[in-house]
Design a protein around this ligand. Structure first.
Ligand code: ZN
Length: 76
């Protein structure tokens, strides 16, 4: 038996890196075990993706489109 208890159990999982979740700002495990990294969870990841999508396809509400502004202009 050549156990060396001094070397082990000193640092619990040194490979585990904790980063800040971009969505909620909470701790997120940046490791292979976390497939949603750098997000902390699937929910945060989908929220972030949704935010990007809505930002991408956002239409200015305060800016009326002249081309689609005349529904009753077709006077027959
Ligand atoms: Zn999060």
């Amino acid at each position: 038996m050549s156990l060396t208890p001094m070397a082990s159990s000193a640092t619990p999982t040194p490979a585990t890196k904790i980063v800040k979740c971009p969505t909620c700002g909470g701790p997120s495990v940046y490791a292979a075990s976390n497939r949603f990294r750098p997000f902390c969870s699937e929910r945060c990841r989908s929220i972030d993706l949704g935010a990007w999508a809505s930002e991408e396809f956002r239409v200015p509400e305060d800016e009326p489109d002249p081309q689609a502004q005349t529904p009753d202009d077709q006077s027959s």
